[in-house]
Design a protein around this ligand. Sequence first.
Ligand SMILES: Cc1cc2nc3c(=O)[nH]c(=O)nc-3n(C[C@H](O)[C@H](O)[C@H](O)COP(=O)(O)OP(=O)(O)OC[C@H]3O[C@@H](n4cnc5c(N)ncnc54)[C@H](O)[C@@H]3O)c2cc1C
Length: 438
Amino acid sequence: MTTEPAGLVVIGASLAGLRGAEALRQGGYDGPLTLVGAEAHRPYDRPPLSKHVLAGELRPDATRLPERTRLSARWHLGNAVVSLDRSARRLSLADGTALAYRKLLIATGAEARPWPAETGGGLAGIHTLRGRDDAASLRADLLAGPRRVLIVGGGLIGCEAASCLRDLGLPVTLVDSNSAPLARALGTWVGGVIAACLRESGAVFRPGTQVLRFEGDAAGRVARARLADGSIVEADLVIAALGATRATGWLRGAGLMADPGGLTCDAACRVLDMDGAPCPDIYAAGDVARWPSRLYGDRLVSVEHWGNAVEQAAHAARNMLAGPDDQRSYVHLPAYWSSQFGINIKAVGLTEGADAVAVVQGTRASRRFLAVYGRGGRSIAAVSFDQARWLPAYAEAIAAGAGFPPILDATDQPRIESAAPGFPSPRVAARSTEAVHG
Ligand SMILES: Cc1cc2nc3c(=O)[nH]c(=O)nc-3n(C[C@H](O)[C@H](O)[C@H](O)COP(=O)(O)OP(=O)(O)OC[C@H]3O[C@@H](n4cnc5c(N)ncnc54)[C@H](O)[C@@H]3O)c2cc1C
């Protein structure tokens, strides 16, 4: 056991961990503060990894997050927490260090789902893209000039990667089990716009099928993929954009409600034990957290968005410093952005369960539009393609539970174009390849 006095410990030294630690200091906490991170790097930013870093515009090590306050803290980097003993209030680290804590903020995020070893996952040239080291290794392989890159999964990361690689002039094939990219996030009706962009960019888009396995050459490098439709795609570099699972494996045996889908919290960001009772001294924030969303009927939600990591970390830190009678609920409308094929995409709300979508500004044909999603007569989400000016107004309307279709002064359509959004059935979605940013 270290001789440090037990203080506040933040597990996960990335976006939510850093912003949470800063909020603890800004909130007046001046006792011992420790950050523990599995990666050897100081906190860095992930969104550029699938954009500017892949494009070669930014070095992987130039993504370090700005540290807003001079954080007086002890750092354990490159040293994962491997277990939590709640009764002894003790953490065990990979190098054998035992760390006592008074309160915890868990911000361990998510991990890229790897391609399974049984179907070729161990071959050289198969990459995932979650961290800075992944981006550096992928970038090195790209510089070697692959003959063809195969991207498995048409979620945001798969599409961003396809866009960058086409800009670099590399031959790209993208395989997705749905009929359009971004189907899980935005539905096939909106995703069809990105399908057209993909094809126009010169990428080969293979919808409605799956990669069954990869085969390698004599040197153990990936050479081809066998698809469920019987076809073969020759490829010497693969990006498996298969989504992410929450980094909760280290909590096995800790008696908390945790699984690969997330670490369940109450509305105040306190982690729940197996009986569903909030642990007064353990909080979670960021990609790892799953919490009841007041804006969505207290449904448990977990998101993989930058903005949530920042806001939830600050909120959890605030509650960590407050007394038991002053625990405030986290109320947050999820939001994210993406850039691909020269289009800035911004989205607010959760599209899950949407039964209609309406273009309220612009047109899909022009690829400049704002679309709102509805469920049971309520507006639940909105997305803009290069048309974000009125998005905040729709975000407010969504948070306020506005009806669908939404009638706002911001509507510039004589007649609102409305359609079925085309979300994949849950079975296809489960097999399909990517969660929103995973
Ligand atoms: C390539 C990519 C592009 C993205 N683009 C966008 C975008 O355009 N827009 C957007 O809104 N969002 C985007 N995101 C999502 C956004 O980056 C995440 O929501 C954000 O990083 C979440 O922060 P976090 O701190 O909760 O988790 P993470 O950033 O995943 O950090 C968790 C940290 O905890 C560490 N850790 C895990 N287990 C342990 C352990 N047992 N002990 C110690 N440390 C541990 C991990 O190593 C990691 O460093 C993108 C994500 C990726 C990967």
